[in-house]
Ligand binder design. Structure first.
Ligand code: AR6
Length: 179
């Protein structure tokens, strides 16, 4: 599914975050230490190779809501932007911290003049954020930022399964209809 608002295309697809070779920066659902782990972080670090963890070491630890940018090593993109989402039920206010992940990533991408970004559904795996609520925050935050974006023209949400895609498509339809 794809919607274009204020010249920014927002796309939702089923896929693997490590296979987004046409995208400038892929976003990592990181841990505070910026180490490899499970889920998205494990997949990105495995595909990037050990150089990514080495580059990350001096940037860690990061706080919930924070985003930092690195190179990609063996990944086919220009940058990885690492975000620490809130652990649901622990890091508060969870909604504001999750929104900050998306806002801070967009700000870094703009600063670097990047044209395209691929986000996973941050915090919805190991960190336990309910998918529907997280999707509303993610999409509302990018749609709210869209009119101010100068460089970013494609924002792709890469979802792991069809159920997550359906939730994103439903929320995107509802929010973009309300524009
Ligand atoms: N591509 C796209 N989406 C994926 C992929 C993938 N390769 N793998 C998982 N997902 P998670 P979090 C989905 O756990 O909740 C790590 O261990 C997954 O189905 O990666 O922010 C880190 O080290 C879910 O919907 O991130 C941290 O400790 C979403 O991506 C912690 O998990 C996010 O799941 C971060 O937890």
């Amino acid at each position: 599914m794809r919607k274009t608002l204020h010249e920014v295309a927002v796309e939702c697809v089923v896929g693997d975050i490590v296979a987004q070779s046409d995208i400038d920066a892929v976003v990592n659902a990181a841990n505070a230490e910026l180490r490899t782990g499970g889920g998205v972080a494990g997949a990105l670090h495995r595909a990037a190779g050990p150089g990514l963890e080495q580059e990350c070491r001096p940037l860690a630890p990061i706080r919930p809501g924070q985003a930092v940018i690195t190179g990609t090593h063996a990944l086919p993109n220009r940058h990885v932007i690492h975000c620490l989402g809130p652990v649901f039920g622990v890091d508060e206010p969870a909604d504001e911290l999750l929104a900050a992940c998306y806002r801070n990533t967009l700000e870094l991408a703009e600063r670097e003049g990047l044209r395209s970004l691929a986000f996973p559904a941050i915090s919805t795996g190991a960190f336990g954020y309910p998918l529907h609520a997280a999707t509303e925050i993610a999409l509302a935050t990018v749609l709210e930022a869209a009119p101010r974006l100068v460089f970013v023209r494609l924002i792709r949400f890469v979802l792991f399964d069809r159920a997550a895609l359906d939730v994103h498509a439903e929320v995107l339809e509802a929010l973009s209809g309300a524009e």
